[in-house]
Write a protein that binds this ligand. Structure first.
Ligand SMILES: Nc1ncnc2c1ncn2[C@@H]1O[C@H](COP(=O)(O)OP(=O)(O)O)[C@@H](O)[C@H]1O
Ligand SMILES: [Mg+2]
Length: 267
């Protein structure tokens, strides 16, 4: 019975998340399977909201919607040979936000939904501790793209524009986007999950922590929470999230919280 349930759940998940891109003349089309309408609506919503945000509007490739399809202008993907161009973009955006006022890092995530995940295996003590730690420092106020990495960057008339706004978070922070950009490159290089890459020592994170007057480990925790928050937001029902994925969340939170507490003791 439980094997059948696993098969059915996996099948629903596959259908629910699937989308295909095809290009025709100067347009790109993202076609969603019928159960992918949740992702499609999230992407359309995020795209519209980002167009209203002063911080993001000039970088959005606007989508138009018809049933199960999002259509947009076609550009050229930013390939790895142009990674420096992408870094320039991301560092320019960082300079802009450094002068912005701060907000508690914990306000960037939907903790109500995160606590609901405890019913499905997310460790509640770890989540509580993480929430406390994330209310102990500030992040500059901006919205976040939510999935800002090189494969979501497109060159249009030689300017970097962004696609794939399904994880857009008006209450998020660009700081988490900045970390995701670099951590994603690391996941590509090492072919590993973000939950593993983020645990390593990273010079860019140390620099960022200095600029934000916090620590790299707290920034790692903030990033981890933003990924978890964004990824679970992609599911129409929390019960569809694979147990393996929730175990990864528990592991990364455990490692980071332990490291932060240990460093506090040493300080
Ligand atoms: N407007 C576009 N112009 C050119 N290439 C695109 C465009 N939209 C998507 N692509 C290509 O398709 C890939 C996947 O698109 P994306 O919307 O990010 O889908 P997914 O949700 O699978 O990540 C992108 O990494 C890019 O290479
Ligand atoms: Mg994408």
């Amino acid at each position: 019975m439980s094997t059948l349930k696993t098969i059915v759940t996996s099948f629903i998940r596959l259908l629910g998340c699937y989308s295909y891109i095809f290009h025709w003349n100067d347009r790109s089309y993202k076609v969603f399977t019928p159960l992918g309408s949740v992702s499609k609506n999230a992407e359309l919503r995020g795209n519209k909201k980002a167009l209203l945000s002063d911080f993001w509007k000039e970088h959005v490739i606007e989508v138009s919607s018809s049933p199960l399809i999002l259509a947009m202008r076609k550009g050229d993907p930013v390939l790895m040979e142009k990674v420096e161009r992408a870094e320039e973009f991301i560092n320019h955006k960082l300079q802009i936000i450094l002068s912005k006022p701060g907000k508690k890092a914990s306000s960037a995530y939907n903790f109500n939904r995160l606590y609901e995940l405890c019913v499905f295996g997310l460790n509640e003590d770890l989540l509580k501790l993480s929430e406390q730690l994330l209310s102990s420092f500030h992040l500059p106020v901006t919205a976040s793209h939510g999935d800002l990495h090189i494969n979501n960057m497109i060159l249009v008339t030689n300017e970097i524009k962004l696609i794939d706004w399904s994880m857009y978070n008006p209450d998020g922070s660009f700081v988490n986007d900045y970390i995701h950009f670099y951590n994603y490159l690391e996941t590509l290089k090492e072919n590993q999950s973000w939950t593993v890459s983020i645990l390593k020592e990273h010079e860019y994170l140390k620099q960022l922590a200095k600029q934000l007057q916090t620590t790299d480990t707290l920034l790692k925790l903030s990033y981890a929470m933003s990924r978890i928050n964004g990824e679970i937001g992609q599911y129409s029902s929390l019960r569809l999230i694979p147990k393996k994925q929730i175990n990864k969340y528990n592991n990364v939170l455990f490692q980071l919280v332990t490291l932060i507490e240990r460093r506090k003791c040493l300080a």
